[in-house]
Structures are given as C-alpha cells and as structure tokens.
Design a protein around this ligand. Structure first.
Ligand SMILES: *Cc1c(COP(=O)(O)O)cnc(C)c1O
Length: 355
C-alpha cells in the first residue's frame, strides 16, 4: 500500500516530539508557570465558571471575532488584518497551502524552526536554504538574493531565531521584506521576550506577514493559539485555506482572558529574562561550553559533551533539547523555575568538570 502514498509524504521525516520520562520539561520553550497560578484566584474562578457555561454542542465562533478584536487593539491593526490559528504551526501550513506548489519555493535560514521545511515538503513546495553564518547571524545578502528569485513565493525569517535565540539586524531584515519577490513571514514567536517587532510596518508592506503565538510567553501551549497579522488582501486569500472553526471554544475563551490580562504576565516575563541573564553568566563561566546570545526564553550553547549533558539531565529527570546532524554539538535549554535553573547549572558544571 505504501506506493499509494504521495512521494513527498513517503519521504518525509516527521516532526519528532521526545517521548521520555522526566519531571521538569525544559525542551520546548514553554512558560514554566501554569497560567491560572500567575493570574489571581478571581480570574481562575471566573474561567472555570465560563468554561462550563459554554454550550459545547454548538460550533465555536468561526472567526474568533472577540479574540481578534482584542489582539487587533494590542497590535494597533484592524481585526480584518488578523487570522487565528490552532497554534501558529497551523498558520505556517495554511500559508504554504496558499502560496507553494511544485514550482514555487520557500526560503529559510537553517538552523531554524524545523516545521517550516516539513510543511514545505507536505505541500510539495521547494525549499531554498540559506544557512546562517558561523556565529548564527543572517547571511543577509544571500538571503535577499534568494528572496528576490522569481520562484521564491515565501521567505521566512525567525525573529528572534529558534533554536539559536538571537535577533537579526533590523535594517537587513527590512531590506529583504522590501525587495522580496513573494511574501515575507516574520515569525515573532518570542516577541514578548525580545521586545522587537515589525508590526508597525504592516501598513507599509503588502507582502509582510507577522506570526505570533500564545504558546510561549502567554503560557497556553496546551490550548494551541497562534495568529498572523498581514494586509487585508493577503488575509482574505489565506482565509480560504483555513479550516472552518479551527479554534475551539475553550481556546478562544482562555486566550481572550490572557490577551485582556497581558499586563499580569509582565512580572513573569521579567523574571524569566532575569533568570536567563543569570544563567547565561553562570554557564559562560563553565569551561568547554560556548554560549550564544539569547533574546528568547532559552539558552543555547555548543559543547562536545552534548550527548553526555542530555543523558545526565535526564538522569536528574530534566528534559532539555538536543539536536542531530550538523547540530549534534548543540543544546538548547528553556528557562524554567528558579530552583530548576539552579539545578541545570549545577549539572552542567558537574558534567564539564569531570575529566
Ligand atoms: C514554538 C514556535 C512556534 C510554534 O508555536 P505554536 O503557536 O505553538 O504552534 C512557531 N515558531 C517558532 C519559531 C517557535 O519557536
């Protein structure tokens, strides 16, 4: 039966999520705090009541109007500029379904978020890879040249990048948006940590798409809520591809609470950033680890003992992210709760000091 499967799917290596035993999850850049615990008890109670007041036998609001209105206000755009996704992952797929085919390409800058390449293959698009430099900076000239080619329908810039954690030079990115042949997607999954955005240029560039998620800073990865912001004409095309009712009632309801209470996340974001900077200093002191600057809620480093570090962390019931292929010497660790971060530093020291 395998020969019935489309060739692009048959040859696909699926996105892998670790299936391991652990207590502390620091592998996927999630917020270490469960949201209702951050927000006050009143909100927790209110949420519970509202969730059970909802009629689950009816479909949700197909356009997530209230949520889009709240987000539009925060982003300084109109709700017509916004599409919600079941995670921003779903929007990446919808963008590719809208713009790619066998003749058209997506331009990406590895090492970056692996979903882009997987979905390009799913939608049978071509992939043009413009690797980051040795220090993981954007190779801006090559990226721009690739984005300018006539078959480059989508260019994706991850700002800041994942897994490396760094922002790229703003002027270089804007030049790519300006000169690209196709649409340019700026994936701002870590915007709340990095504080830098291209949102104010939505009105200026008709080919610009900003991707955001509530999975990272806003701590609802488990509810799958992401969104894109773009020119209305572009939004209308991508909306033809979106599944009806793609955002369920509970996700819409909780996401709305989170967006309306985004000020309550500020102390948490501040704590995570302080912890990250503290860890960066501690980890940089350890011999044999090369740290990279992070603008996200994770640290990223190079080491010849990546395999050993991963194993030792797991032995201590901590899951971190390791990579394979030409990234096998790298580790990414999400910033967790204070006590867990301290434990991470201790384990790193122990592994690296062992001869
Ligand atoms: C985590 C992440 C996403 C996925 O976000 P979801 O909204 O949970 O699908 C998208 N892009 C980047 C760069 C990420 O790190």
């Amino acid at each position: 039966m395998k020969e019935l499967v489309n060739e692009n799917i048959r040859n696909l290596i699926p996105y892998q999520v670790a299936d391991l035993d652990y207590d502390v999850k620091l592998d996927a850049n999630e917020n270490p705090y469960h949201i209702p615990e951050i927000l006050d008890g009143e909100l927790k109670k209110e949420l519970k009541e509202e969730i059970f007041k909802e009629f689950w036998n009816y479909y949700p609001d197909a356009d997530a109007t209230e949520l889009r209105e709240a987000l539009a206000q925060k982003c300084g755009v109109a709700k017509e500029n916004i599409i919600m996704g079941n995670g921003s992952d779903e929007i990446i797929l919808n963008l590719m379904l809208t713009y790619l085919n066998g003749e058209k390409a997506v331009v990406i800058h590895p090492p970056t978020f692996s979903i882009y390449k997987i979905f390009a293959q799913v939608t049978n698009g071509k992939v043009k890879e413009v690797p980051l430099t040795e220090e993981f900076e954007l190779d801006a000239e090559k990226m721009e040249a690739a984005a300018k080619e006539s078959d480059s329908a989508i260019t994706i810039i991850t700002y800041p990048n994942n897994p490396t954690g760094n922002l790229f030079q703003e002027e270089a990115v804007e030049k790519i948006i300006k000169n690209a042949k196709g649409i340019v997607v700026i994936d701002e999954a870590y915007y709340e940590f990095a504080g830098k955005t291209f949102m104010d240029r939505i009105g200026k560039y008709k080919n610009l798409v900003i991707l955001r998620t509530l999975s990272k800073a806003y701590g609802i990865a488990g509810l799958r809520v992401g969104y894109m912001v773009a020119d209305v004409a572009l939004v209308n095309e991508v909306n033809k591809v979106r599944l009806p009712y793609n955002l369920n009632k509970i996700s819409q309801l909780v996401a709305l609470k989170m967006v309306k209470n985004d000020d309550k996340f500020r102390p948490i974001i501040k704590e995570i950033l302080e912890e990250r900077d503290k860890m960066a200093v501690e980890v940089a002191k350890i011999e044999g680890l090369k740290m990279y600057k992070s603008d996200t809620n994770s640290i990223f480093f190079r080491t010849e003992k990546a395999e050993e570090i991963f194993a030792k962390m797991l032995e201590n019931r901590i899951l971190v992210r390791k990579f394979s292929g030409n990234m096998k010497d790298f580790i990414r660790i999400s910033i967790g709760k204070k006590e867990d971060n301290m434990k991470v530093v201790e384990i790193l020291k122990a592994v690296m000091q062992k001869q």
